[in-house]
Write a protein that binds this ligand. Structure first.
Ligand SMILES: Cc1cc2nc3c(=O)[nH]c(=O)nc-3n(C[C@H](O)[C@H](O)[C@H](O)COP(=O)(O)OP(=O)(O)OC[C@H]3O[C@@H](n4cnc5c(N)ncnc54)[C@H](O)[C@@H]3O)c2cc1C
Length: 420
């Protein structure tokens, strides 16, 4: 398994590294929190030429495979790109690969009709619009069998009724991808269908935009759909096929998020190392203290393990599919939340008061730590799914004792050599 890339692509990565540091990261400082909004004229003057440079390099919207009309770089190269893109909140937008639009684009490309691709995918990939993914409901998120939002057929239309919770970036979205129950009597995994709903459809209402972790700006919508009518052509994929679509979407989304997390933890780690070498207290620099060295070593180890897991998962997807790699993707999801939490905490702690102040990126990163283990499904649900699939390769011991029970094994070994 070789994670290196040919010199031409390495040159692209080198270009990206410099471009993001010099041209994109400054946007995080001057226009914080504005990356996922429709830019005004002033912002367009700055942002559009940057997007043009990315397009000129052939690096725009690289998340889609060639069979889906994308660049076809594959997940491994995408992982290497995301290790750079994840440094900045603006970079995913400048490179046309921001969540949740990447996952949404993927499923429209996979399941959409030609007309749906023209209407929704093209403007999404061109960076003209944003989209949102409306799956979680107020009464249940991690168990989709609890969803009640309904879609009933009425002639040539579907009528959607119900509520959705935590639909990220709904207030900027041109359309939503909505999961709704179309056959309550069907098998639990065949009850729901996926719909494409323009956000200005009558009956769609943002009840409230919900903020997280003390941030009052509110990027996650509580949505109400009341008698929302869409044509039969709004169905994305098969009727009753929402689970398959959701799995395809969340699989890709989770691994892309893990790739960007590598970048974020590396940033925190770089800060930790610089600080350890710079700050002197109690008779020497922090880097000389064994407990600090342990924090640095543990962080290094966790990042290396996590990065290799992500690269291996990306490689595996390239060899097979997102579906085949779902155990590894779930592992990336669990690991991302843990590594992010541990490394960002250590980096922040090592900076003392400065670390918890608003004067470094660390406090902002830390605010995201608890979100990581919840969004795209809580850690426990992914742990359960990893264990379920791993255990398929095992069987119960044939008798009372484990197969490695030494008294039985020694007796068997002695019997084997009894004649010698
Ligand atoms: C920042 C952020 C962005 C989000 N964006 C979107 C979005 O764009 N669209 C969307 O549809 N949703 C979105 N969500 C919602 C997210 O998908 C759900 O929050 C998530 O699936 C968990 O659902 P829940 O909040 O209802 O928690 P619950 O399902 O109520 O779970 C709560 C807790 O119970 C425990 N738990 C749950 N199941 C198990 C289990 N099987 N075993 C053991 N313990 C368990 C876990 O500790 C879990 O954290 C977002 C959430 C966050 C935080």
């Amino acid at each position: 398994m070789d994670f290196s890339v040919e010199p031409e692509f390495q040159a692209k990565l080198d270009w990206m590294d410099t471009f993001i540091r010099e041209e994109v990261e400054p946007l995080d400082l001057v226009f914080p929190g504005q990356a996922y909004g429709t830019p005004d004229e002033r912002l367009r003057k700055i942002v559009d030429p940057l997007k043009e440079q990315v397009r000129a390099q052939g690096l725009w919207a690289c998340h889609l495979g060639s069979e889906l009309g994308g660049q076809g770089f594959g997940q491994l190269r995408l992982a290497l790109m995301n290790e750079l893109i994840g440094r900045s909140t603006w970079a995913p937008v400048i490179f046309g690969c921001q969540a949740p639009d990447t996952g949404n684009a993927e499923i429209i490309a996979m399941y959409g009709t030609a007309a749906q691709k023209e209407r929704y995918l093209r403007p999404l990939l061109d960076g003209e619009v944003f989209s949102a993914y409306s799956m979680t409901e107020p009464q249940g998120g991690s168990d989709p069998r609890l969803f009640t939002m309904s879609a009933a057929r009425d002639g040539e239309e579907w009528v959607l009724d119900g509520e959705k919770y935590f639909t990220s970036n709904a207030h900027n979205a041109a359309f939503f991808i909505v999961m709704a129950v179309t056959d309550p009597e069907a098998h639990p995994y065949k009850r729901m269908s996926m719909f494409l709903v323009p956000s200005d459809t009558p009956g769609v209402e943002i009840v409230r935009n919900i903020g997280t972790m003390g941030d009052r700006s509110g990027h996650h919508a509580h949505l109400r759909y009341t008698g929302v009518r869409v044509g039969v052509d709004a169905l994305l994929g098969e009727e009753g096929g929402a689970f398959a679509v959701a799995q395809a979407r969340l699989g890709g989304g989770r691994v892309h998020h893990a790739m960007r997390t590598v970048a974020a933890v590396k940033k925190a780690f770089d800060m930790m190392c610089e600080r350890a070498l710079s700050r002197a207290t109690h008779d020497g620099v922090l880097a000389g203290k064994q407990l600090v060295q342990a924090a640095i070593a543990d962080s290094y180890l966790q990042i290396q393990q996590f990065r290799l897991l992500v690269l291996h998962t990306a490689w595996l997807i390239d060899q097979s599919s997102t579906r085949e790699a779902r155990t590894q993707i779930a592992a990336c999801k669990v690991a991302a939340a843990r590594v992010f939490h541990d490394v960002v905490y250590r980096a922040m702690h090592l900076h003392g008061a400065l670390g918890v102040s608003n004067d470094t990126p660390l406090a902002r990163l830390w605010q995201a730590a608890p979100l990581m283990g919840i969004m795209d499904g809580p850690t426990e649900v992914h742990q359960a799914s990893i264990a379920r699939r791993v255990l398929k390769d095992y069987s119960p011991a044939p008798g009372l004792w484990p197969t490695e029970y030494l008294p039985d094994k020694i007796a068997a070994a002695r019997a084997k050599y009894a004649d010698i």
